[in-house]
Design a binder for this molecule. Structure first.
Ligand code: UDX
Length: 413
C-alpha cells in the first residue's frame, strides 16, 4: 500500500520504517528540514534499537519531504502533542497537520490519527477540519503503545492492535495494513481507541506509584518491597510488570498523558482522584532520595554524585527524568553536583548547564560525600565506590549488585 506519514519523530519514523519493512511504500512529511535531509540519506535522526538497519534495508520504499504535497490516500498523523500549562494537550501541531492534509487529500482518502489525544479529539476536532476541504473521506484512530528504545520491537510484536473506526472502509483498510503483524486486533470507535491509550498508560503508571507507595511503607517497616512485589505478582490476575519501586516514572508519555487525562476530567467537572494521587506519589518519590540523604548529613557544601540522568536506561532522553527534581533539590540545598550518564549528558546540559559533568562513574564519585543512583543502567551494577570521600550510596532504582564497603540505602526498600 502507499502511505503518507505526517511527523517524523520516534512514533512517526518507527511507524514509517516498520510499514516499509512490511512491503508498503511510505512518504514521510516533517517540517524539520534537517530531519528530512537525514531520512533522505538513510540516516535515522533518532536512536532506536534496530531502526537504522531497518531503515537502510527499506530506503527504496521510503521518501521524505518537508512540504505538504502527497498523492497517497492513507495518511497517518504522528505529530507531537506537547503540554499546555494546565496539563492539557496543545493541539496546535495536530490541527496544523489536519489543515494541510485536508488541502491535499483526495476524495475517498483515510486519515489515521496516531498522536495521543484526549478522547473525542479525532471525531470532534480533526474530522471537521478535514471536512472543510474534502467531502468523502474516512477517519480512524490507531493508538501506539511503543516504548522508547523498544519501539521497533513493540511495533512488530504488539500485545494488541487497536483500530478506532467510523466505517467499514476504514476498518477494512487498517485490517489489511496490519495483516502481516500477528496480534489480536480490537475494533472500537475512534474515541474509545483514544481512551484505551490514556487508560493503558494511566494503569501502568498507577502500578508504579502503587509499588512506590507500598515500598515507602516497606522501608519504614524494614522489609524489601521487591520481595513483597514478587509475592504479589505471583497472583495470575496481577502481572509482574511495572511493579518496580524506585524514584518513579519519567519520560515523554506517562507524566504528560496522566496530566492531560486529569486536566480533561477537570474541564468536564470531574476530579480524577486516583490519577491525581498517582501523579502526587510520583512527584514526591524522587525527593525521598534527598530526604534520606539529609538524614545522614547536612547537604550544604557537600559533593553529591548523581549517577544516571536519562529517564530510563538505554536512552539519551531526559524528559521528565526523575533525576531532574533530585538535582534541583540538591542544588537548592547548596550541594555541589557531579553527574554522570553514559548517554544523556548532552541533553541534561540543556537543563542544568552549570553542574559538573563527568566522563565516567569513577570521576563522578571522586571525593564525593554521597551518591544517588537515578537510572538503572547496566554499567551501574558493579561500581567501585573506593574513590568516594564518604561511602554513602542511595539507590533510586534497583540495580546495584555489589554493595560491599558502603553505607547503603534504597529509596523505598
Ligand atoms: C511508555 C509506555 O510503556 C508505552 O507503552 C507508551 O506508548 C509510551 O510510554 P516509555 O515512556 O518509553 O513507554 O517508558 P517505560 O519503559 O514505560 O518507562 C516509563 C518510566 O517508568 C521510566 O521512567 C521507568 O524507569 C519507570 N518505571 C517503569 C518504573 O519506575 N517502574 C517500573 O516497574 C517500570
Amino acid at each position: 500500500m502507499d502511505l503518507c506519514i505526517v511527523g517524523g519523530g520516534y512514533v512517526g519514523l518507527t511507524t514509517a520504517v516498520c510499514f516499509a519493512e512490511l512491503g508498503n511504500r511510505v512518504r514521510i512529511i516533517d517540517v524539520d528540514e534537517e530531519k528530512v535531509e537525514k531520512i533522505k540519506k538513510g540516516i535515522a535522526p533518532i536512536y532506536e534499537e534496530g531502526l537504522q538497519e531497518m531503515m537502510e534495508r527499506n530506503m527504496q520504499r521510503i521518501t521524505a519531504q518537508s512540504h505538504f504535497d502527497f498523492d497517497e490516500s492513507i495518511v497517518f498523523i504522528c505529530v507531537g502533542t506537547p503540554s499546555m500549562p494546565d496539563g492539557s494537550m496543545d493541539l496546535r501541531y495536530v490541527k496544523e497537520a489536519a489543515e494541510s492534509i485536508g488541502k491535499n487529500l483526495r476524495e475517498g482518502g483515510l486519515i489515521v490519527m496516531k498522536s495521543t489525544v484526549f478522547p473525542g479529539t479525532t471525531e470532534n476536532i480533526i474530522k471537521p477540519i478535514i471536512k472543510k476541504h474534502v467531502s468523502n473521506f474516512s477517519i480512524a484512530m490507531n493508538p501506539e503503545f511503543l516504548r522508547e528504545g523498544k519501539a521497533i520491537h513493540d511495533f512488530m510484536h504488539p500485545d494488541r492492535i487497536v483500530i478506532g473506526v467510523e466505517d467499514e472502509r476504514g476498518e477494512k483498510t487498517l485490517r489489511k495494513l496490519y495483516e502481516p503483524i500477528e496480534a489480536p486486533l480490537l475494533v472500537t470507535t475512534p474515541s474509545e481507541a483514544e481512551m484505551i491509550k490514556y487508560a493503558s498508560n494511566a494503569f501502568l503508571a498507577t502500578k508504579i506509584s502503587f509499588a512506590n507507595e507500598i515500598g515507602n511503607m516497606c522501608k519504614m517497616l524494614g522489609m524489601d518491597v521487591y520481595k513483597v512485589m514478587e509475592g504479589v505478582a505471583m497472583d495470575h490476575r496481577i502481572s509482574p510488570h511495572f511493579l518496580n519501586a524506585g524514584i518513579g516514572f519519567g519520560g515523554s508519555c506517562f507524566p504528560k498523558d496522566l496530566r492531560a487525562l486529569y486536566a480533561g476530567g477537570k474541564k468536564m467537572g470531574y476530579e480524577m482522584e486516583m490519577i491525581r494521587a498517582v501523579l502526587d506519589v510520583n512527584e514526591r518519590q524522587p525527593l525521598r532520595a534527598v530526604e534520606i540523604l539529609e538524614k545522614h548529613m547536612e547537604v550544604k557544601g557537600k559533593t553529591i554524585a548523581v549517577l544516571g540522568l536519562a529517564f530510563k536506561a538505554e536512552t539519551d532522553d531526559v524528559r521528565e527524568s526523575r533525576s531532574i527534581p533530585i538535582i534541583e533539590a540538591l542544588r537548592k540545598k547548596g550541594a555541589i553536583v557531579r553527574a554522570y550518564d553514559p548517554m544523556a549528558m548532552d541533553n541534561m546540559k540543556k537543563i542544568f548547564p552549570d553542574i559538573h559533568y563527568c566522563g565516567s562513574v569513577e570521576e563522578a564519585l571522586k571525593e564525593a560525600d554521597a551518591c544517588i543512583i537515578a537510572t538503572d543502567w547496566k554499567e551501574f551494577e558493579n561500581i567501585d565506590f573506593s574513590g568516594m570521600r564518604n561511602k554513602l550510596v542511595i539507590e533510586g532504582r534497583r540495580v546495584l549488585k555489589n554493595k560491599d564497603g558502603i553505607t547503603y540505602e534504597g529509596v523505598c526498600w
